[in-house]
Design a protein around this ligand. Sequence first.
Ligand code: MG
Length: 410
Amino acid sequence: MHVVEDKLLKNAAIIVAAGSGLRASAPGVRRPKQYAPIGGRPVLTQALSVYAAHPAIHAILVVIRPGDEALYAEAAKTIDVKGLLPAVTGGSTRQLSVLNGLRALKPMAPARVLIHDAARPFVSQAVIDRVLAALDSHKGAIAALPIADTLKRGHNGLIEATVDRASLWGAQTPQGFHFAEILAAHEAAAEAGQTHFSDDAAIAEWRGLEVALVEGAAENWKITTPEDLARAEREWRALNGESPPAFETRTGSGFDAHAFGPGDHVALCGVKIPHEAGLQGHSDADAPLHALTDALLGAIGAGDIGDHFPPSDPRWKGAASSLFLAHARDLIAQRGGHIINVDVTILAERPKIAPHREAMRACIAETLRLSLDRVGLKATTTEGLGFTGRREGLAAFATVSVSIPVFRKA
Ligand code: MG
């Protein structure tokens, strides 16, 4: 009886939610992907709920990023998880974050621990079962899938070699281990100053532990880019038998002007154009991109460019304005939305826009990941009237359409 009870009470899970955010996002994005909503709940909560529902997991600990305490509290209160331990804060790398989690579990001395990335919300009970089962005969076991694609080694965009994929696997999480062994391996790695292992199996390997490969699942993919969140939402709905979200079309508009000043070129829509004057501004003063960024922010009610990139912040001095545009794009993607089309009008006597128009459209299309036919760009003079007519500066308008999912509050 005692033995059975021991075994039943000794499986812990660590959910790693200490990542700093979305790989593709601009600096200053405050909400990391693990707190973005899918199915109306944070990504982290989805992963947490799978472990909470597993009968053989008895304690769960989440490792969060310092400063994310409020986001975590908000996420954690949406579900009731038995055996949820107080969150611990992570370190400067994923590896050090896991180590903090393992140390926090040490007083409980669980026999086994499963380590899982919060950004894999579609992990299933079956995958967890397989990893746990393999731990009966191995010190470590990870969910993994054989690589389906033919693999190429490349250099400067050219193929150098085709890599034999026959023995290659893509590692997923959970990665499960006998607790004492993985803690010792992590402590030894940290002590040896080896702190950049990308997963826990790599640390086990480094320590000489045998780690089994067990069948993962294609659904158990990792949310990485802002666009992945829209895919995650669709898959969550499919898994939960819910109809795809309804979308509504939003419109946004933006305006900006900058004065000419000393200089020999201007930046317009990301294109550097030689000119007898420059444009004055804190960033690169790319007025059409500022107008376009404001239009995108306006379409989702997310304030204006100055709210996200204050001119008082030295980080944005001389910054390329495509950075601001990419940020607005990511905010839309994080809401599960996408941009339908954008249309920009530049008001300027000089420089002549026509010779650069296609380069400008291409630059906007690339930053917003749109096809060219969704990017309108026109230029006009003001017939000598007003400040643009007097060549004191130039101005730009932008209008955008954005498609955004409509969620009814439960
Ligand atoms: Mg501006």
